[in-house]
Every structure is written in C-alpha cells, then in structure tokens.
Design a protein around this ligand. Sequence first.
Ligand SMILES: NC(=O)c1ccc[n+]([C@@H]2O[C@H](COP(=O)([O-])OP(=O)(O)OC[C@H]3O[C@@H](n4cnc5c(N)ncnc54)[C@H](OP(=O)(O)O)[C@@H]3O)[C@@H](O)[C@H]2O)c1
Length: 227
Amino acid sequence: MRVGVLGTGVVGQAIAGKLSELGHEVVVGTRDPDQTLGRQEPDVFGNPPFGAWLAEHPAVRLAGLGDAAAHGEVVVNATAGGAALEALRLAGEANLDGKVLVDVANPLDFSQGMPPSLSVSNTDCLGECIQREFPTARVVKTLNTVNASVMVNPGLVGGGDHTVFVSGNDPEAKALVTDLLTEGFGWRDVIDLGDITTARGAEMQMALWLRLMGSLGTPMFNFKVVR
Ligand SMILES: NC(=O)c1ccc[n+]([C@@H]2O[C@H](COP(=O)([O-])OP(=O)(O)OC[C@H]3O[C@@H](n4cnc5c(N)ncnc54)[C@H](OP(=O)(O)O)[C@@H]3O)[C@@H](O)[C@H]2O)c1
C-alpha cells in the first residue's frame, strides 16, 4: 500500500518506519524538505535530527506535504495538533479526497505552561474539526492515547495486553485501520468507539494520560479496558 505520513517528529518516524518495515511504500511529508534535512541539532527531547533517522530508513522518501499526501492511498496526520489543520491545508484538499486519513494528533495547547490543556474539547475535537474541513476525507482517529513507540509496538508495555480506540464515520475506513493496527502493528484489543464525535473521548483522555506520565515518570504505559 502507498502511505503518506505527514509529520517528521517521533510519531511520524515511528509510524513511517513501521509501515516501511511492513513493506508499504512510505513518503513522509514536511513543510520544507531541504530545511528539514538541514537540521543538525537533536530535538528538544534529545532525539537525533530527522536526516539521521531517514539515513537509517532508505526505503522511505521525504517530500513536501502535498506530494506526500498525493502519494498516499492512506494518509497519516502526525503533525503538531495546534498546527494540524494548517498542515492539512498545505497538503491540499484534493490530495485527501476520498482517502483514509488516520489522525493521531492531540490538540495540545502549551500556551499556559505544563501540563498542556486542549485547544478544543467537550463539545468538539480535533478529529471532528479535520472531518468538517475535509468532508471527503475518511477520517479515523486512533493511537493518540499512547506514546509513539507503543503505537507501533504495543508489546513494549504489559505484554501488549491493553487497549486502543478507533473513531470515524466510515466503517470501511475503520476496518482498514483496524486491520493495520492488529495485523500490522500487533494490537490485540481495538475498541470502535463510534463516529468521529467519539474522538472527543480519546482526545480528552490526554488530561489523565499527561498526569499519569508525571506521576509514573515514564510515557511507557497504557490503559486496558476490562469488561
Ligand atoms: N509524541 C508522542 O509520543 C505522541 C503520542 C500520541 C500522540 N501524539 C501526537 O502526534 C502528533 C505528532 O507528535 P510528534 O511528537 O511526533 O511531533 P510534533 O512536534 O508534535 O509535530 C511535529 C510536526 O508538526 C509539524 N508542524 C509544526 N508546526 C507546524 C505548522 N505551523 N504548520 C504545519 N506543520 C507544522 C512539523 O512540520 P515540519 O516537518 O515541517 O517541521 C512536524 O512535522 C502531535 O499531534 C502529538 O500530539 C504524540
């Protein structure tokens, strides 16, 4: 499958790397490829610059946001939540038309310090904002409730015995994403919350997730929904 992964941070890298390992044709999208490749410094968390990651993943190509979205049969939004709508506008509505758009972003607002709050919540969410602005894209919210490395390797915590969610209006799109999560990434418990409005719950879980990270001192954990 051809996949465009929009985002060059740890999440874009984790998802692009895993999809490439699984044999998919992956193009990562960034605003300015030359500038992104020119970064020499580690990011704020000490991760190596994107160029170093790309050198270790020669099957992955870096391109502009529009080219990456045009390449994908499936497009992944792994951009900063506060900038996601702007990034998707740069990717171009026509390049998202009819495509499964996997949204893993959280609308985190750091303007009042740590921990961040959500820039949209309660009666709306980022997943819905994206679906409203790009009505012909088939938005599926998922994976935003776990750390980047756990997204593509759930076995890293608790032997993989924990839960991830999907939300979206299009049943076929959710089935495709669920298959990718289970057969591709190794998730064993995927709960379909319902239509895209249910992504409010997955996004607002961030309030608890961020405080748990502070309390546990690590992002390597997840929730298991026990029925
Ligand atoms: N980090 C995690 O473990 C984790 C876990 C769950 C969910 N998430 C969510 O996943 C998303 C990606 O997280 P991340 O930590 O990998 O990276 P991030 O630092 O949140 O986002 C980096 C990406 O956002 C793009 N970006 C930033 N400002 C932009 C703007 N004004 N216009 C267009 N694009 C812009 C950057 O584009 P350029 O490439 O052009 O610089 C880059 O590709 C976020 O929404 C985050 O909340 C993260």
